[in-house]
Structure formats: C-alpha cells, structure tokens
Design a protein around this ligand. Structure first.
Ligand code: GCU
Length: 334
C-alpha cells in the first residue's frame, strides 16, 4: 500500500511538472509554463529571429505566464526527430517547410511542387488568403496545427563538380535532398541522382564527395556554409518551400481561448518579423556568395522552360494528382 501511495505521489509530481497539465488544470500558477520550440537553423537566421519575436510577444502578452524557449541550430535533433517529437508533444512548437512536410502529408506537400508559383508575391497572396489558412489546418491528423507562414524564398541547385547551365549538366549529379519522395522525384526528373539526408550532414557530405551538391535557398547556402564546399550555384528557383510555425494540437487545445488568441497573434507577428528579415538576409547571402568568388549561373529563359517541363510529371504522380483542384486554385490566384 505504502509503495502504491509513493508511486501515485511520484506520478502526481510528474504530471504537475508538465506544461500540458498546468495549462489545462486552471490552477494557481507558480511561475511560467515553459514550452519548447525547435528550429534547425543557427542563431541569426531569419526563422530564428522570427521565433524569438514570437516568444517575446507571447511572454509579454501573457505577463510571463507562458514562456516559449527557442532551441535553434538543431540542438533538439534533426528535422525528422524533432518533427516526430512535436507530433507526440515532447516538443511543443516547430518550424518546418512544405517540401519537408510532404513526407507526412502529400496534400501540404502539394504547395511545394516545382515551379508552382510565378514569384514571391504570388506565393504570399495564396498563403495569406483562404488557401493558406486551409493548409495550416491540414495536419490535424498528424497532431500538428500551423499558426503562421514564414518565407523560405526559392531553392536553387549548387554543387562542386561543374557549372549547371543546361538540363544536360544536371545529368548524373548526386544531389542531396530532404528525406521526402517529393524532392527525390523532382531531382530524378531533372536527370540527377537524389541522395536523401538530414540538413546537418550536408556540409561534410559535399566536402567528402559523398554527394556532388545540394539545393537550397540563398540564405541556407550561407547560414550553414555550404558555399564553402560547393562553388557552382545555379539560380534555378525550381521550388519554393514556404515554412510554417506549427504547434502540437494537444498542446494547443490545452491553452485557454485567450491564450490561443495571443499565441496566434504572436506567431503572425513573429512571421512578419521573419519575412522582413528574410529579404535583407537573402540579399546579403547572395552578395556574400559573390564576394567569396562563387560561380553564379543564371538559367536562360529557354533552359528554365526545359527544367519546368521536365518536372511536370510530378503533378500527375499518384500522391499529388488528388490535389489538382488545390493546385488549380493556387495557380488562379492573381
Ligand atoms: C532549409 C530550411 C531548413 C531545412 C533545409 C533542408 O534550409 O531552412 O530548415 O532543414 O532547408 O534542406 O533540409
């Protein structure tokens, strides 16, 4: 009996230490309820700047009752691990892009299909309207709720083997991709050979010749120093992978209505800060790559058409064909 009482007491201590219990319990709070937010980019990167603005807003507006600690630089683990942990609620918030989310929801992944947006303005018109709002809610069955959209620009190919000017130059290049069928298919359709791996392993994989290169936006080419090991950069802009601030749904439901209002407003505020910082960082990243003597190649309009045509079969793949209507609506946004 004594043992059972001790066990019950221990369980109670564990439960009351959990933010979920504290949030739902409606008890007098001792100190802040603390939540974890994961981002795999290093400090100073726009998504981290935005996350800190989000955290500050929430802390101020809740008068310190809710604290969101931002863990940058993948200290909580790589994207696959931290995503799973956010789905189980061990991590509470995370920032992820749609090309990565394609691995758990092809419907959300449809927003990361190649050459979908005409330009950034088109993308944000779609994301900041009813379509974007719908997509934020599409991950409910995966225990995730999107709160706001951040910018991640357009992704480009870079490698350390040769300059890519034409579709033929892609042939046979071993390109690291995110661990999703979407990105693997895309790279394969361009004639290259996709190698899925976590973001944090890419630098040494290029350096050691395990892959020839990778693909990413300008900011990431600089933030994790890929430019040091991959000197040929082609402005293919083949895909945009807009990013979401996500929260675990059980954590979300544990907040009061007023807290939810503050957290949503905070996420939108953080995303706005991120989007502004993004434009500055993107310009600086390109300038830095150029001053480091990287070989920057623009695709000719004719080659861009060839790249675009080569990846069209992606839209007919069994995973994405069911979302033809969503894609049509995105394309129709003016
Ligand atoms: C971008 C994004 C990262 C992601 C990476 C990738 O750089 O900011 O969060 O991990 O793409 O290609 O894996």
């Amino acid at each position: 009996m004594k043992r059972i009482i001790i066990l019950l007491l221990a369980l109670l201590v564990l439960l009351t230490a959990s933010p979920l219990f504290a949030a739902g319990g409606g008890q007098q709070q001792q100190g802040p309820r603390v939540f974890r937010y994961a981002c795999n980019q290093p400090d100073g990167y726009p998504t981290v700047v935005g996350a800190l603005a989000f955290s500050k807003y929430v802390e101020e507006q809740t008068r310190g009752a809710i604290r969101i600690d931002v863990f940058s630089g993948a200290v909580l683990g790589d994207e696959r691990v931290t995503t799973e942990q956010t789905q189980t609620g061990d991590i509470h918030f995370i920032r992820l892009g749609v090309t990565f989310l394609a691995s758990i929801s092809p419907q959300v992944g449809a927003l990361g299909l190649p050459f979908l947006y005409r330009d950034r303005e088109h993308m944000f018109k779609a994301l900041d309207g009813p379509i974007g709002d719908e997509v934020l809610k599409m991950l409910e069955r995966q225990n995730l709720l999107g709160l706001a959209w951040m910018d991640a620009g357009f992704r480009n190919f870079y490698n350390n083997t040769r300059e890519v000017k034409t579709l033929e130059d892609m042939r046979g290049l071993r390109i690291r991709v995110q661990e999703t069928p979407l990105m693997m298919g895309l790279v394969r359709m361009l004639g290259a050979s996709p190698t899925p791996m976590a973001f944090g392993e890419v630098y040494s994989a290029i350096q050691n010749g395990i892959v020839d290169g990778a693909e990413n936006n300008w900011p990431s080419y600089i933030s994790v120093s890929h430019f040091e090991v991959a000197r040929f950069f082609t402005t293919s802009g083949h895909v945009a992978s807009p990013e979401m601030i996500l929260v675990n749904t059980r954590v979300w439901n544990s907040f009061s209505q007023e807290e939810q209002r503050i957290i949503k407003a905070g996420a939108l505020h953080g995303a706005n800060v991120q989007r502004e910082d993004w434009l500055r960082y993107e310009r600086d990243a390109e300038a830095r790559a150029r001053s480091a003597g990287r070989i920057i190649t623009d695709l000719s309009p004719a080659e861009r058409v060839r790249f675009t045509e080569a990846v069209q079969p992606m839209y007919q793949q069994p995973e994405y064909a069911p979302f033809a209507d969503l894609i049509r609506r995105i394309r129709a946004v003016q």
